[in-house]
Design a protein around this ligand. Structure first.
Ligand code: C5P
Length: 440
């Protein structure tokens, strides 16, 4: 066992410190893992301390997951009096960690790896005892050993009786922890678990803790503090209550861009036509049907630092939408009269005030892809056009791959065929650089 521990510690110590982008992907490991492999999204290690507020930490797990986080969980011995490892494990989707000297945990992950393979450590509830141990640098159980070993940001959500919170010892410990760079959310004022007791000491509510965690994760990210609007998916233009004009756009590329922008720390609004996709994590989703609704939603979402128009907006709609289903009549074929939809990209790009610093359009073409995209960039007044070949043989429409050309004012870059997620990440990287340069 000792040998195994030594090997694990040596491996962990030998692992070079990965850069910010890399931290969102799993570390390669030759060790067998009991844990589910980490895929994408920020990784959070949640340490649940032993207080009555521990039951709220189960809700916190959900709130953090809703924001795209991948969780691991440690329960202190005291926490297990309030929540069971089974309940927390069921929500996290893998077993939780409880014991510093559990050979299985040390072999699978190890406390050093638990401390390092994360982007943030959240302690909720943080009891008076845990605060004292943290401030004093104790490491006599798994939670405190991990807290001492980690070099990642730490967020604590204190929860205790108001007198314990006001006690000089707690004030001293808290001052030490904030001086050490530990972030604090709450506590809030209100009723205590103890009957008749009120005051400052209630753990912050799970959505508050999740929001605090999100803002720490965004700190220093490439698009931190930037607001990005993305349009995505097709639009549906009604003809009558049951029929509509649509197109084959799946929304995969637009949603991937929104997710990549959020992962890079941006405040993202995606305005989406009807799609069969889950909402991108950490993004505000505004659902629309028609081009007119998408136009109004885009205008309302301004101002923004950048706007990316990835939606396949219908160019035309039916001039008049029939309130009743159009009936089939023998010998009479109805004529559909069309009228033009507002061009959202062009209208935002030509704004004289409140124009985003970077406006990016898409050009789905079947012929002369680059030449058409160059002409479109000028005509629409946007800064960049992402051009792609959407001929049937390209498989781009609805597929997972994309082969794009980035047309800017200074030339054309043809990117190799790659997944829509990769295109999204590469585009977001370029956008972050462009916004940064525009600032200088
Ligand atoms: O003119 P075309 O439809 O080829 O232009 C494509 C680009 O313009 C895409 O970025 C699309 O999202 C945007 N567009 C728009 N509003 C429209 C038509 C297209 O924003 N009505």
């Amino acid at each position: 066992m000792e040998d195994e521990v030594r090997v694990i510690l040596r491996d962990a110590a030998a692992e070079p410190d990965r850069d910010a982008a890399d931290r969102f992907t799993p570390a390669a490991s030759s060790k067998p893992r009991a844990a589910t492999p980490i895929k994408d999204g920020p990784r959070i290690l949640l340490i649940i301390g032993g207080g009555i507020a521990a039951y709220k930490s189960l809700d916190l797990i959900r709130r953090l997951q809703e924001r795209g986080a991948l969780l691991r969980c440690i329960l202190t011995a005291a926490a297990q009096h309030f929540v069971t490892p089974l309940a927390a494990g069921a929500l996290v989707g893998e077993r939780v960690f409880t014991d510093l000297f559990d050979p299985q945990s040390e072999f699978d992950v190890g406390h050093i790896r638990l401390a390092r393979d994360t982007d943030l450590v959240v302690v909720a509830p943080a009891t008076a005892d845990l605060l004292a141990k943290m401030a004093g640098g104790h490491s006599d159980d798994l939670a405190t050993a991990v807290l001492l070993a980690t070099d990642r940001p730490i967020l604590i959500a204190p929860a205790m009786n108001p007198r314990m919170w006001a006690a000089r010892g707690t004030t001293r410990n808290l001052a030490q922890l904030t001086a050490d760079g530990v972030c604090v959310v709450g506590p809030n004022a209100g009723e205590m678990a103890e009957r008749g007791e009120t005051g400052l000491g209630r753990m912050a509510e799970p959505p508050e803790i999740a929001a605090a965690a999100e803002s720490i994760l965004r700190r220093g990210a490439a698009l931190a503090g930037k607001r990005i609007i993305v349009t995505s998916g097709p639009t549906h233009e009604p003809i009558d209550p049951v029929r509509y004009i649509a197109n084959r756009s799946s929304g995969k590329q637009g949603h991937a861009i929104a997710a990549a922008a959020a992962a890079a720390g941006a405040d993202v609004v995606v305005i989406s036509g009807p799609v069969n996709l889950p909402d991108p994590p950490g993004v505000t989703v505004i659902r629309v049907e028609t081009a007119q609704q998408m136009f109004e939603a885009a205008e309302a979402a301004l101002p923004a630092d950048a706007a990316i128009f990835a939606a396949a907006v219908a160019d035309w709609r039916s001039e008049s939408e029939s309130a009743r289903k159009i009936k089939k009549q023998p010998g009479r074929t109805p004529t559909l009269k069309l009228t033009e939809n507002p061009d959202i990209l062009s209208s935002v790009a030509h704004r004289t005030s409140g124009r985003p610093r970077l406006v990016v359009g898409f050009a789905a073409e079947t012929d002369d892809v680059i030449a058409n995209a160059q002409a479109k960039r000028i005509k629409k007044g946007c800064d960049w056009i992402v051009a792609n070949d959407v001929s049937a043989e390209s498989g781009v429409m609805g597929g997972d791959m994309n082969s794009v050309h980035l047309v800017t004012g200074s030339g054309v870059e043809s990117w190799p065929p790659q997944g829509k997620d990769q295109v999204a990440r590469a585009l977001i990287e370029r956008i972050a650089t462009a916004l940064d340069e525009a600032k200088r």
